[in-house]
Design a protein around this ligand. Structure first.
Ligand code: ARG
Ligand code: MN
Ligand code: MN
Ligand code: MN
Length: 304
């Protein structure tokens, strides 16, 4: 497999400044070489361009809608191009609003290739708000809703079809912060959420078995890794920390079980905020976990 790193240095959808520095922090933590050491060819495509962050208050329930749309268009085109070349794109965010561009591109690619799509959404948050439900107006709280067709024209249907994806294609893991109105929409849409209560009761192994159930060789597995998925004790460098997330060990098992499927064909790494980090430690933890996602294991497994 050939891998392409795509940087999207923006915090346009977030409520704190700084995720715009995420791509470089991941590079400084050696993301490319670490993946290469697992036996992959890696090309770093550099960074995309987009509008600066004007840091304005929300209008009609959205903050920076036009700028969010422009960034997502750039991400969509870049991710779609890499998939067309048969490569595995890794989107280096940037905040999680960029999941709209990335996953709409994956959806378009899968539709054209006749592949099924499964999206694993690793996050503390459901990111299923709408302009009417959001307490903040920050569009990084809305990407799953937009992809499922609940959103404004500017950022829905980017794959060429609305909705871009079905809620039934998504599995959310690690969720522990869902806003009041958002909860009802999650329930109404039928999103499958493995929240922290589920993880506490069942453990990471049974959770991942359930989240990965039903995959086959015709499934494209997309992983959208919001770094705030992790417990803030190991990953303080994010804008929206929520206590009580997966430990380092639990997160490692999560990544290893995804790697074992051999089906991951695209990845987002988002919400890393170096302005809030401690000597790049969150970037380093993220890179350690991504190393496992690309197959690092302590002993030989699967005949490797
Ligand atoms: N639910 C909150 C909101 O809508 C927080 C969203 C956080 N999302 C994220 N991708 N970190 O503002
Ligand atoms: Mn998120
Ligand atoms: Mn989050
Ligand atoms: Mn390391």
């Amino acid at each position: 497999t050939q891998i392409s790193l795509i940087g999207a240095p923006t915090d346009i959808g977030a409520g704190a400044r700084g995720a715009s520095m995420g791509p470089e922090a991941l590079r400084v933590a050696d993301l490319g070489p670490v993946i290469e050491a697992q036996g992959f060819d890696v090309i770093d495509r550099g960074n995309l361009y987009g509008p600066a962050n004007p840091w304005l208050p929300p209008q009609n329930g959205y903050r920076h809608l036009a700028e969010v749309a422009a960034w997502n268009k750039a991400v969509h085109d870049a991710v779609y191009a890499e998939l067309g070349l048969g490569r595995l794109p890794i989107l280096l965010g940037g905040d999680h609003c960029l999941g709209i561009g990335s996953i709409s591109a994956v959806a378009r690619h899968c539709r054209e290739a006749g592949k099924k799509l499964r999206v694993l959404w690793l996050d503390a948050h459901a990111d299923f708000n709408t302009h009417a439900l959001t307490p903040t107006g920050n569009i990084h709280g809305m990407p799953v809703a937009c992809l499922c067709g609940y959103g404004p024209a500017e950022i829905t249907g980017m794959s060429g079809q609305t909705p871009d994806i079905e809620p039934g294609w998504v599995r959310q893991i690690g969720i522990r912060s869902v806003d009041q109105g958002e909860k009802q929409l999650v329930h109404q849409a039928g999103l499958e959420v493995f929240d922290m209560r589920y993880l506490d009761e069942m453990g990471m192994r049974a959770t991942m078995d359930a989240a990965l159930a039903g995959l086959d060789a015709d499934t494209h597995l997309h992983v959208s890794f919001d770094v705030d998925f992790l417990d803030p004790g190991i990953a303080p460098g994010v804008g929206t920390t929520v206590p009580g997330g997966p430990t380092y060990r639990e997160a490692q098992l999560c990544m290893e079980m995804i790697a074992d499927t051999g089906l991951m064909r695209s990845l987002d790494v988002v919400e890393l905020n170096p302005a809030l980090d401690e000597r790049n430690k969150t970037a380093e933890v993220a890179v350690d976990l991504i190393e496992s996602l690309f197959g690092k294991s302590t002993l030989m497994r699967r005949g490797s």
